[in-house]
Design a binder for this molecule. Structure first.
Ligand code: FEO
Ligand code: CA
Ligand code: CA
Ligand code: CA
Length: 608
């Protein structure tokens, strides 16, 4: 009998080997060039990076820390000029600052007002013009578009139903409509009208209280007064940073409403460097991983969003009005008004979108909701009442415009119990994550009911107890764990990047970027294209519209999971990091960086 032919990947490249070492690796025949590193000047008059003499002032003129989401928005049709927009999610003080060492996470004894301001300046967003010359992208430092946005320096507007609500007012802002900055911008998105979306994820971690428990730990519960239930649902205050010691607005004892001003999606117009970024409350308040958009066939814009916490939910926003080609003022109001819904998955391969609308169902004053503003400020509490499906940490949610299917990265959930699984979250515990595929009926992203399936169940397929499911043609290098970000390339193909956090020693694989087939008999076939240096996670990825450049972001090199893994075994510090990628110079710390990957000699990525 004839043997069936093995499935063939639709991606044309030679897979790299999984593993871990001090540097990055890309498929043979490709160049991965460092485009922007933490500290690189992004203005002509910016000071050169000097890690031993940092200042907030210098940092506000330089590329920020921990690059996460990346978008490339062309400035013209030549394919050689564009704006790269990059989120700077968070900071790792122990590898950023000389002589600091690892901090106690209660009092952060070594942190000073000056170091906190540098951290704040290193957060936010960078927008930088880049130009392609002789096959290499370089920053254009003289561009009028270049901009740093930070929680220290950039005032933002608030719009939508919660703007101006009493719970958004503070002593610095009696209007409830002006917020200083954005925080913990993880993934994001961009819109059909050319703007950039930065999602605010773990905002709770930046809030602080002076109150301590009997053991001397800072309180994380029982605070918030009238808002106590909301605080607990959002884990405010998280106490991850020392900012509240020096800036009262991050101290919830002094400014109890400040946490309500974070956890939103921020729209930024990169083409207008003087514009005020807008926090769109209509898209809800939660730990927004990302905010990827697609234009529905009726012209309405649809935004898919995950709330990245264990047992939290998947969301969708549908604008009320339709997109109008060329009418920027109209389009820039589309995210201000629409319907936010949360997902409930059925056991039968169908799923429902449940609208979060004040006055409907349980979202009433009897249950603590006085208005749509309350529903949006406490999106999680509202979604709890509607019976949304608790998911295994929803990260990036990526619509594919070529197929109209949508891919949900569920990174992992080690707290799920074996007796509390469901069809959409089938493993308990789920240490390695999975990817759910949504199919809107007839490609209608605004429909009330979708179909769904699982694309891949992650982890090592050779270990039966793990229960991983891949296309059998996937190699030992090709399977992965903890999907986080995703992108669709110019040929409508899916790419997935991983973030295993401190648990990468469980797989022995550094995080990386994988090309994953979704169609035909190659469905579920994954192949490794790029690998991070030790301790880093893989962010970005983003394809230029011509498919010839792939931007990836290497986040927090040296920091994750190195402590117990030879030969890197150490808890990295500035003086003794697990890697000094990408400079490998004495005295130079590891530097989160964005890379531009191109085929040597040009051509479409992974296409012959
Ligand atoms: Fe910032 Fe959900 O990763
Ligand atoms: Ca992420
Ligand atoms: Ca994405
Ligand atoms: Ca993650």
């Amino acid at each position: 009998t004839a043997k069936a032919a093995a499935p063939v990947s639709s991606f044309d490249f030679a897979e790299i080997d999984a593993g871990v070492d001090e540097t990055h690796h890309v498929a043979r025949g490709y160049d991965a060039a460092i485009l922007l590193r933490w500290g690189d000047p992004i203005f002509a008059d910016a000071p050169a990076f000097d890690p031993a003499n940092q200042s907030a002032e210098a940092q506000l003129r330089q590329f920020g820390y921990n690059n996460d989401y990346v978008a490339f928005l062309p400035l013209d049709d030549t394919g050689t000029r564009g704006l790269i927009c990059v989120n700077h999610e968070y900071t790792n003080e122990e590898v950023m600052f000389p002589g600091l060492g690892r901090q106690d996470k209660v009092d952060f004894a070594g942190m000073t007002a000056e170091l906190v301001d540098i951290e704040m300046a290193a957060h936010g967003v960078s927008i930088v013009e880049i130009a392609l010359e002789n096959g290499t992208w370089t920053p254009v430092l003289t561009s009028r578009f270049n901009r740093r946005i930070s929680p220290l320096s950039t005032e933002m507007a608030v719009d939508g139903p919660a703007a101006g609500h009493a719970r958004l007012k503070t002593s610095a802002d009696r209007t409830g409509k002006r917020v200083m900055g954005t925080l913990n911008n993880c993934a994001g998105g961009h819109t059909p009208w050319g703007t950039y979306l930065a999602a605010e994820e773990n905002f709770h971690g930046y809030f602080w209280t002076d109150e301590k428990d009997a053991e001397g730990k800072r309180l994380t519960k029982g605070l918030g007064g009238d808002q106590q239930k909301s605080y607990e649902r959002y884990a405010v205050p998280g106490g991850w940073y020392a900012w509240g010691r020096f800036h009262d607005r991050f101290n919830v004892d002094k400014e109890p409403n400040e946490p309500n001003r974070f956890g939103w999606v921020v729209e930024i117009d990169p083409n207008d460097p003087g514009s005020t970024p807008v926090k769109h409350t209509a898209l809800g308040r939660f730990r927004h991983e990302g905010a990827e958009t697609i234009l529905n066939s009726d012209g309405r814009v649809v935004v898919y969003m995950g709330d990245d916490a264990r047992f939290d939910y998947l969301y969708r926003f549908v604008s009320r009005e339709a997109y109008r080609e060329g009418d920027k003022a109209h389009n820039m109001a589309l995210l201000s008004d629409g319907t936010l819904s949360v997902a409930r998955f059925g056991e039968d391969g169908s799923m429902e979108w449940l609208p979060l609308v004040f006055g409907e169902g349980p979202l009433t004053p009897e249950n603590g909701f006085e208005s749509q503003a309350d529903v949006l400020i406490d999106t999680r509490l509202a979604a709890d009442l509607l019976g949304a499906t608790p998911m295994d940490r929803p990260e990036d949610v990526q619509p594919n415009p070529a197929t109209d299917r949508v891919y949900v990265m569920l990174t992992n959930n080690t707290k799920r119990k074996a007796d509390a699984t469901d069809a959409a979250n089938p493993r308990g515990p789920n240490a390695f994550g999975h990817v759910v595929e949504l199919t809107p009926p007839g490609g209608d992203h605004a429909a009330e009911t979708f179909a769904w399936d699982i694309l891949v169940t992650c982890g090592d397929p050779r270990v039966a107890e793990i229960g991983a499911v891949w296309n059998p043609a996937t190699s030992d290098s090709g399977w992965f764990a903890s999907p986080d970000n995703a992108a669709v390339d110019a040929d409508g193909r899916l790419w997935i990047s991983t973030d295993q956090g401190g648990s990468w020693p469980k797989t022995g694989k550094a995080d990386g970027l994988y090309a994953v087939d979704t169609e035909g008999d190659a469905r579920g076939l994954s192949r490794m294209f790029f690998r991070c240096p030790v301790g880093a996670e893989m962010c970005g990825p983003y394809f230029a519209p011509d498919g010839e450049t792939l931007f990836v972001a290497v986040q927090h090199p040296a920091t994750d999971g190195t402590k117990d893994y030879a030969p890197f075994a150490r808890a990295s510090t500035f003086e003794n990091p697990a890697t000094r990628w990408p400079d490998f110079e004495p005295g130079m710390p590891p530097r989160p960086s964005v890379l531009a990957i191109r085929k040597t000699g040009g051509g479409r990525i992974a296409k012959d």
